[in-house]
Design a protein around this ligand. Structure first.
Ligand SMILES: C[S@@+](CC[C@H](N)C(=O)[O-])C[C@H]1O[C@@H](n2cnc3c(N)ncnc32)[C@H](O)[C@@H]1O
Length: 390
């Protein structure tokens, strides 16, 4: 009898142990899967104070035509305020932390905006932001820089980006845009008093790609005169020259806000100072606008339509220091750098019209494609040129 009871206990014990083992093993597997799906956040959760949220939306002039994305949305306050107080057409918040998404949905319900806002548990680097007109961020400087190529790849010119406290500088003398030496300089910087400290709000507008060679003609009593405008671009900063009658003049006061380009050309014509203020709207390879001419025989206002020379960025570009391969994958330009037979993708690569800009280590290459040649600089000083090859 006793032996039978002992055997029964032993069998039950073995089954229990087996069960525990099975549950333990599967719990570990399931746990590992959950962890794999939710990698840890790149930035901890810290909410933006409400007064800063309003200033971020105000500087971006959010209105009823806007689709606002908050990448790393926390409790959803930015997109909820955009919909409720600024009348945004739609708001999308993404956060990697499911708890934040639960809170966001609950807050949207309380605010009565569930018809216009949506929240997704997602990695912000994997979120498609193509339909955003405004993107808000409260991340970290390194995450902003990592996100920067995606913003340029996916957002349309004229879309606005607003970041709480962190800029997009590659190299700053000290925190704050006034001292940003190299990087994407903000179009505006605001200081906002919060409940405990002063906050900074950075604002940018995604620029059109204007780099390249543009041509137009002007009718004069002596016949058609051709103008050639050569533009280089670094983020929204534009420089270049206008050539006519074999005389080249640097442009000044150049500004590019979204697809609106303005610049000035000042020349001496028959001992008279002539100032031409150009403004135009960039649509693909056409600029349409007007020029106001002060001084000289053609003073007045007239229209101006320029066409960009054809250019092809894709291909293999070679120079003594390396090889750059640019190809189109799923509609996006992707760049690979090779040196000594070793190829590596370039994460920080931008194409602005016929202009390219990319970083390899601490070297920044930028240049403009003309036919089968790229001409530009390394780190803004050393000349650089590459030739299209096989
Ligand atoms: C500083 S909080 C900002 C919250 C909100 N945007 C605000 O301003 O109140 C950053 C948020 O980003 C989220 N986050 C961090 N890394 C992320 C990632 N890779 N993808 C999506 N969300 C992320 C965090 O969970 C956190 O909620």
């Amino acid at each position: 009898m006793r032996l039978r009871r002992l055997l029964r206990w032993l069998t039950l014990g073995a089954i229990a142990l087996g069960l525990l083992n099975w549950v333990g093993f599967h719990a570990l597997t399931v746990g590992a899967l959950v962890i794999a799906q939710q990698r840890p956040p790149d930035v901890p959760y810290v909410p933006t104070p409400e007064e800063v949220v309003r200033e971020m939306l105000r500087v971006a002039r959010v209105g009823k035509e806007d689709v606002v994305y908050d990448l790393g949305c926390g409790d959803g306050r930015i997109v909820i305020t955009a919909a409720k107080e600024f009348g945004a057409k739609r708001g999308v918040g993404v956060d990697i932390d499911p708890e934040r998404i639960r809170e966001s949905n609950e807050n949207a319900r309380k605010a009565g905006v569930t018809d216009r806002v949506r929240f997704f548990q997602q990695d912000l680097f994997e979120t498609d932001i193509r339909d955003a007109t405004v993107v808000t961020l409260y991340l970290l400087p390194s995450i902003n820089i990592k996100l920067r190529p995606k913003l340029f790849r996916e957002l349309r010119p004229g879309s606005r980006v607003v970041s709480h406290d962190f800029d997009m500088c590659d190299y700053c003398e000290e925190e704050g845009s006034a001292k940003c030496i190299r990087g994407w300089h903000p179009d505006r910087v605001l200081r906002v008093r919060g409940p405990y400290r002063e906050h900074t709000v950075y604002y940018w507008v995604i620029p059109s790609g204007v780099a390249g060679t543009w041509r137009w003609t002007v009718s004069t009593p002596r016949g058609e005169r051709e103008y050639v405008l050569r533009l280089s671009q670094r983020f929204q900063r534009v420089s270049g020259s206008v050539t006519t009658d074999n005389q080249s003049t640097p442009i000044t006061n150049a500004q590019l806000v979204g697809n609106q380009l303005t610049f000035t050309v000042t020349r001496e014509i028959r001992d008279q100072k002539v100032t031409m203020r150009f403004e135009g709207r960039v649509e693909g390879d056409t600029i349409t606008g007007s020029v106001e001419i002060q001084g000289g025989p053609f003073a007045g206002k007239r229209n101006w339509v320029a066409k960009r020379d054809k250019f092809v960025l894709t291909g293999t570009w070679r120079w003594q220091g390396g090889t750059l391969r640019i190809e189109r994958r799923n509609g996006d330009l992707v760049a690979t750098w090779s040196e000594g037979g070793k190829a590596s993708p370039i994460a920080d690569f931008y194409a602005w019209g016929a202009g390219i800009y990319f970083r390899v280590g601490d070297q920044i290459y930028e240049g403009v494609v003309e036919g089968d040649r790229i001409t530009g600089t390394i780190n803004g000083t050393q000349s650089w040129s590459a030739q299209r090859g096989q």
